[in-house]
Ligand binder design. Structure first.
Ligand code: TXA
Ligand code: MG
Length: 342
């Protein structure tokens, strides 16, 4: 299959949106831009279309998808009932990088939810994505548009790299602004629990809901046989081809640690540190700015593979605020391999 890429501009936005909506109405999968990362979208109410998403990604069937809507009213048919917490959070954070999990209605096919009795719903803020949902007239199921396991794509070029020949159309809506996937919270439990950190922080959630638990799997590896609350958490994720090790400690200690190594090293470091590091470097944002790190991380993880190194030693980000999302993704890309050098 040939994969067409349409770059959206002020002149062609209507045609681009219409073409994407037509493919989705036909039951096909389209690469679509969102403010977090690019998605692989299909009609969430069409079991055959949803199957094509799993096929294109090589995704395990038990890993459920997020359903994307363009207005709050579209939530009602998808869930058993709309909890008051969902209204409060939507008021403050929708449209935006927040996904809420609620008990599902019968309208959602089981294949979307990996057989669970809950559904994850998000209202994205990217204007092109919102128009595509509106024009399709259906809720859109969309996982990140990467091949299962590799870093999520933050631009249309990376979607093309992973999906060429597998889907008919990619809509290029520019670089994703946030750069990591949405925050996922389950409201199907009391207190609500953060399953995946993202652009909306734990403290922002608590400012609306009061106490919000943080799932154990956010910062630690599930042990064999442990059940994942969010099935996506149990799979290897975001990993470049090159092995990644996180080095926790000051820049001086980091420099000491890597200086004795004989391997071909790429240093994944913060902006401005390059000149001190006697190896190839790839930067991911500023040391004191977690949002800039989130924006850069997945791009940087794809970039390190182009350096042909044996190993990546990554500087460790802060875990505060949006930093929790950055650390969560980096930990998975390193398969939880962290060295402390205090
Ligand atoms: O920002 C995002 O959320 C992007 C864009 C495209 O919207 N989408 C995304 O989808 O990241 P995906 O499929 O890559 O990640 C969805 C995560 C997975 O970890 C999945 O296990 C979890 O959400 N999830 C989905 N439905 C769930 C449910 N009913 N219960 C628990 N976890 C769920
Ligand atoms: Mg994903």
């Amino acid at each position: 299959m040939e994969t067409k890429v349409i770059k959206v501009s002020a002149d062609n936005i209507c045609e681009a949106v219409n073409e994407a909506a037509e493919e989705i109405k036909k039951g096909n999968v389209v690469g679509i831009p969102t403010e977090t990362v690019y998605g692989l979208g299909a009609n969430a109410l069409d079991t055959e279309a949803v199957k094509k998403i799993f096929l294109a990604k090589g995704r395990p069937q038990d890993n459920p998808l997020i359903v994307h809507i363009s207005s709050f009213g579209e939530l009602f048919p998808l869930v058993k009932e709309v909890p008051k917490e969902a209204e409060m959070l939507a008021e403050k954070f929708w449209p935006g990088p927040l996904t809420m999990i609620m008990p599902k209605s019968d309208k959602i096919p089981d294949s979307v939810c990996g057989g669970l009795d809950t559904v994850a719903v998000r209202m994205p803020s990217h204007p092109v994505m919102r128009e595509i949902i509106r024009s399709s007239g259906v809720p859109i199921a969309a996982p990140s548009a990467n091949i299962s396991g590799s870093p999520s794509p933050t631009n249309a070029h990376y979607v093309y790299e992973d999906m060429k020949g597998k889907i008919p159309l990619i809509i290029d809506g520019g670089e994703s602004e946030v750069g990591v996937e949405s925050t996922v919270i389950t409201l199907a439990e009391n207190p609500p629990r953060l399953l995946r950190p993202g652009g909306i922080t734990h403290s922002e959630l608590e400012s609306v809901l009061g106490k919000v638990d943080i799932d154990k799997a956010v910062l630690s590896q599930l042990e064999n046989g442990q059940k994942a609350s969010s099935p996506g958490m149990k799979y290897k994720h975001y990993a470049p081809e090159t092995k990644v090790v996180i080095v926790k400690g000051s820049l001086d200690k980091y420099l000491e640690f890597i200086s004795g190594k004989n391997e071909k090293i790429v240093s994944l470091c913060f902006e401005g540190e390059e000149e001190k590091i006697p190896f190839e470097t790839v930067t991911y944002g500023k040391i004191d700015d977690s949002s800039s790190q989130a924006h850069r991380l997945f791009d940087a993880l794809r970039e390190v593979d182009r350096k042909g190194a044996d190993i990546v030693y990554a500087r460790c980000p802060s875990e505060e605020g949006v930093g929790l999302a950055v650390y969560n993704r980096l930990l998975r890309s390193a398969a939880f391999d962290v060295v402390e050098v205090y």
